[in-house]
Design a protein around this ligand. Structure first.
Ligand code: FAD
Ligand code: SF4
Ligand code: SF4
Length: 482
């Protein structure tokens, strides 16, 4: 009888790829996890129990065929594992690195639930596609038939690029417009290199270009080109612009120098540390934590990225203020642990009440209020309440606001009041197709969902591409029948 290659979770412990030591990794922007060695990837994949109803798959937004690619990896059939993995995911190696797996696939793995430690799904997914790149199995789009129809995509983040890839593979002429100089959206300028090295994103950009996707960079729609011009040039348009308006803080002294937005801070760091760009605000110290007492306000993934960036820039101290406790923070627990190991101090149940300034109106401390958790709100989460009289001053010469993002007002900015938005300002679109009420206009990713995840943006982009292909085919059939 053939030897059973799977179900090894009883005898084989869960093992993540090696993590670099905190006092080494906190000095650079390289990724902190190594790649699995071939044998280790096989071994870890073989822990899967090949569930008949795989909860990992149903909790993956892309419904990746996880049990099959784990089996193929465990049995050394890596190229087939790659084919299956890429059939449902445009950027598997990116999701393998940065999906919050503890809340998605891995958090729902049955062997995790039974106390054996989850299958390391994300790390195996990353391993499969990184190997595919090394082996030359990842190919640019090479459509067998070129179609005449063209689609314009506004926004080169994961949502826009996932749609671009699928449309181009079907032979559609695709042009992507973006206001930045490099493609990738938040993959390039938001998420730091220690979570996602930029070469991983850039090689995808090159692959799309090699497959015939046209990029028009440094083009801010609404300023350099109007939305109507883009609509006039294409058979369909996808809005994939993400959400970039930072939520702000009020309170006395909130306008002092040295209080900055997380997105500005992270973009500057990504440019300097990963691309070697010159950024004046970084050189002047405005967006640079070196030698400073840094306070980051917020408890989401953006806040985690800021604290860990500040450590790497050589801050004197880095503290994170969050108004709820550790168990109730929105950011990934894995990232909190990484941050703590690297030297970040968390001040749970605290919130800023204001800021004090010193010379030249530069911030020199945050007035911090202590909080406690009160009754649950409408969402079921316990609301934080101020503990009166608990204020204290926290010294700070750089304060980073990481309180989340909202959509920009596209109908106003683009002079297109017919573009319908929700009361939160997100574009109204069908979740399964991205269709908006405007003929030929679709929308995907964060601009529809509000600040979300890369894997959901990919899912939206793929669904939307499929809907557009269906709509283009119906139109072509109707014309042919006339
Ligand atoms: P984006 O990635 O935001 O891309 C939108 C693109 O549109 C940008 O390139 C922008 O320049 C362009 N654009 C905007 N307006 C215009 C215009 N008028 N004209 C032309 N171009 C325009 N998700 C995870 O899954 N894991 C993580 O670890 C994670 N970490 C994050 C860390 C940070 C700091 C942030 C801010 C977000 C993080 N996210 C993470 C969320 C994730 O990055 C987003 O959900 C995802 O990038 C959304 O994709 P998108 O394509 O909708 O938009
Ligand atoms: Fe898990 Fe994300 Fe990969 Fe899905 S795409 S299997 S959620 S890491
Ligand atoms: Fe394998 Fe876990 Fe998915 Fe079951 S839930 S198929 S054990 S990875």
């Amino acid at each position: 009888m053939a030897k059973q290659p799977m179900l090894k979770f009883v005898t084989t412990q869960r093992e993540m790829p090696a993590k670099r030591e905190a006092d080494v990794r906190n000095r650079d922007f390289a990724e902190i996890y190594a790649e699995y060695a071939d044998q280790k990837a096989k071994e870890q994949a073989s822990r899967c129990s090949q569930c008949g109803v795989p909860y990992c798959q149903s909790h993956c937004p892309l419904h990746n065929n996880i049990p099959d690619w784990l089996n193929l990896t465990a049995t050394g059939r890596l190229q087939e594992a790659y084919e299956i993995s890429q059939a449902t995911n445009t950027f598997p190696e990116i999701c393998g690195r940065i999906c919050p797996q503890d809340r998605l696939c891995e958090g729902n793995c049955v062997i995790e639930q039974s106390g054996h430690g989850t299958v390391t799904i994300g790390s195996v997914e990353k391993y499969i596609t990184d190997t595919a790149w090394e082996e030359g199995w990842v190919k640019p789009a090479a459509p067998e038939v070129e179609r005449k129809e063209s689609v314009g995509i506004i926004g080169a983040g994961p949502g826009g690029l996932a749609a671009a890839d699928m449309l181009r593979r079907a032979g559609v002429q695709v042009t992507v417009y973006d206001r930045y100089d490099r493609s990738g959206g938040l993959l390039t300028y938001g998420i730091p290199g220690f979570k996602l090295e930029k070469e991983v994103v850039m090689r995808r950009n090159k692959q799309l270009e090699a497959g015939g996707v046209r990029f028009v960079m440094n083009c801010s729609v609404g300023e350099d080109m109007s939305f109507e011009e883009i609509r006039a040039q294409h058979d369909a348009v996808i809005i994939a612009t993400g959400v970039y308006k930072s939520r702000d803080l009020g309170g006395p002294g909130a306008g002092a120098k040295g209080i900055v937005k997380a997105i500005d801070y992270l973009t500057a760091s990504n440019r300097v540390a990963n691309f070697g760009d010159t950024v004046a605000e970084y050189d002047s110290g405005e967006l640079n934590a070196k030698g400073k007492k840094v306070v980051v306000i917020g408890g989401g993934d953006t806040a985690m990225d800021c604290v860990r960036t500040a450590i790497r820039q050589g801050a004197e101290s880095v503290k994170c203020l969050y108004r709820r406790d550790r168990a109730n923070m929105p950011g990934s627990q894995r990232e909190v642990q990484n941050a703590e190991e690297e030297g970040v101090q968390f001040e749970w149940l605290t919130a800023p009440a204001g800021f004090k300034s010193g010379e030249a109106d530069a911030v020199d401390s945050v007035i911090v209020q202590k909080m406690r958790l009160g009754a649950p709100d409408a969402s079921g989460r316990q609301s934080p309440e101020v503990i009166e009289g608990s204020d204290y001053d926290e010294p700070a010469d750089l304060v980073i606001k990481a309180l989340g993002f909202e959509p920009e007002e596209l109908p106003t900015l683009w002079g297109c009041p017919e573009l319908e938005v929700t009361r939160w300002g997100t574009v109204k679109a069908q979740f399964t197709s991205g269709r908006t009420a405007l003929e030929g206009v679709y929308a995907v990713g964060d601009i529809v969902r509000g600040a979300s995840l890369v894997v959901w943006a990919i899912r939206d982009g793929r669904d939307c591409a499929e809907a557009i292909l269906g709509d283009l085919n119906s139109r072509a059939a109707a014309i042919a029948a006339e």
